[in-house]
Design a protein around this ligand. Structure first.
Ligand SMILES: [Ca+2]
Length: 466
């Protein structure tokens, strides 16, 4: 079921039972005869123009070199349009084995790992000739690098790591004495707390982990008014620890699910269970193999709402296939950050980043409180579905640290928390119904703003339905 190399390791921490809900099944493999009727299925170029598969061997090779020679190789049936589509696997076991053998028979190709769920290999290529050879094979669907570093310098430090500065904004208090901001009030979150706490919902946070010094997640997660829930601190095997060395994941976790225990901040879904998956030491230019592995880990551990405030710079088929597989196979609702760069830094703010730009992922961005509008440096565009107010208090490195968090990341954390409140209050809803409810109760619905989608979320309306 796992990547050989990236099988998830579970750190048993403070967590109570229920490590896994079993293995939620994805869509069943298609009958091989259906491969002959792939005519209705779009090619990858039709689905998404401009990806690595359109590059020449020479252009792609420069990216592969920067990826340490390591590429993902999607496999397909000879003559087939592609190997997967919307979570359906369009290649049978035998074809997959033949494809693997054909790839590994080429000169200069060395196996790194073979995925047992999706038709995908990781291999290391010695030279451009090896790249050209495998791209010509009838079994090969796509070849792309696992990490893209060329564009990293301009993103470095942007929207990424940092433990945050002490929160100097307003302080409102819950009945248990936990801090939140009037920005939550501006989204009707405190009113929604009268109806829902997120209990019974498991939220997945794919990020940089959670600080080992933050007691909200290491000792009091399931105390006070937040009893009866579980915390799983997981990592994929490329990561040295499930704990956070970056700061981003800790801040995300606080907004989503910090306990109501009379200390630090109030999480939005304060009775929801949390599965934290550390998949990187930062959030910019995440290794695509690690991204795919973490999406799988969150799903296999039963997360129903998955929060992804990171990017891998380009459309990556190894990641989009993984997200599609789980989206079409289970009742899981993915949220993605639209992107945060800097103001006037040459990066287009109108570019919603991957994977938030996938139709299967709810793209979220941030707006200024209280006047609205997406500020310079925060990404916007037609792919955005919902917005949240920017800059709220959250958990820092140590228990006593209440720090500010901004960017489209904080907005995405808010959206994930509100979604959990909605689903908890309305447990018979399907994922699509929860998503529709969030849209229908947002600011601009039924209109869709070209920068902000349906606009600011209203948690009370979303939970209650009116
Ligand atoms: Ca608290």
């Amino acid at each position: 079921m796992h990547f050989r190399r990236f099988s998830p390791a579970v750190l048993a921490l403070a967590a109570l039972a229920a490590c896994s809900d079993g293995n939620p099944a994805g869509p069943a493999d298609l009958d091989p005869s259906l491969v002959q009727s792939q005519g209705d299925i779009p090619t990858r170029q039709q689905q998404r123009p401009g990806t690595f598969i359109e590059k020449s061997d020479a252009e792609l090779w420069s990216f592969v070199q920067a990826s340490d020679g390591v590429v993902a190789v999607g496999l397909k049936a000879p003559g087939g349009v592609r190997g997967t589509w919307r979570g359906k696997i369009l290649v049978d076991r035998n074809q997959k084995a033949q494809g693997r053998a054909a790839v590994l028979a080429q000169r200069g190709v060395q196996l790194v790992s073979a995925d047992e769920l999706l038709p995908r290999l990781q291999v290391r290529l010695a030279d451009q000739a090896a790249l050209a050879a495998i791209r010509k094979l009838p079994f090969v669907d796509y070849v792309e690098p696992v990490i893209v570093q060329q564009e990293l310098p301009q993103f470095a430090g942007i929207g990424g790591c940092g433990w945050g500065s002490a929160w100097t904004g307003d302080r409102q208090y819950t009945s248990t004495g936990d801090v939140y901001s009037q920005k939550f009030t501006g989204m009707n979150i405190p009113a929604a707390w009268g109806l829902s706490s997120g209990s019974g919902i498991k939220i997945g946070l794919i990020d940089s982990g959670i600080s080992s010094g933050q007691g909200q997640f290491t000792s009091t997660f399931a105390s006070g008014s937040s009893t009866g829930r579980t915390l799983s601190l997981l990592r994929i095997s490329s990561q040295p620890s499930a704990y956070d060395d970056c700061g981003h994941g800790t801040k995300m976790a606080g907004i989503i699910a910090a306990p109501w225990d009379g200390q630090s901040v109030a999480g939005i879904a304060y009775r929801a269970s949390l599965v934290s998956v550390r998949h990187a030491s930062g959030v910019a230019a995440v290794n695509a193999g690690d991204a795919a592995s973490s999406v799988r880990t969150a799903n296999q551990n039963g997360a129903q709402v998955i929060v992804m405030a990171w990017e891998s710079l380009n459309w990556m088929w190894q990641v989009s296939d993984e997200i599609e597989y789980w989206h079409y196979g289970r009742q899981v609702l993915f949220f993605g950050a639209a992107g945060t760069s800097g103001c006037w830094d040459g990066i287009l703010d109108s570019n919603v980043i991957f994977p938030a730009d996938m139709p299967e992922v709810v793209a979220v961005t941030g707006v200024t409180y209280p006047s609205g509008g997406v500020p310079c440096g925060i990404h916007h565009g037609s792919d955005v579905e919902l917005t949240s107010y920017l800059d709220v208090p959250s958990t820092g490195r140590y228990t006593a640290d209440v720090v500010g968090m901004g960017g489209s990341s904080n907005a995405t954390a808010v959206a994930g928390g509100i979604a959990a409140l909605v689903w908890s209050r309305n447990p018979t809803m399907t994922r699509d119904q929860v998503r529709a409810r969030l849209q229908q109760t947002a600011q601009y619905y039924p209109s869709r703003n070209s920068r902000e989608g349906y606009g600011l979320m209203n948690a009370l309306k979303a939970v209650r339905g009116y």
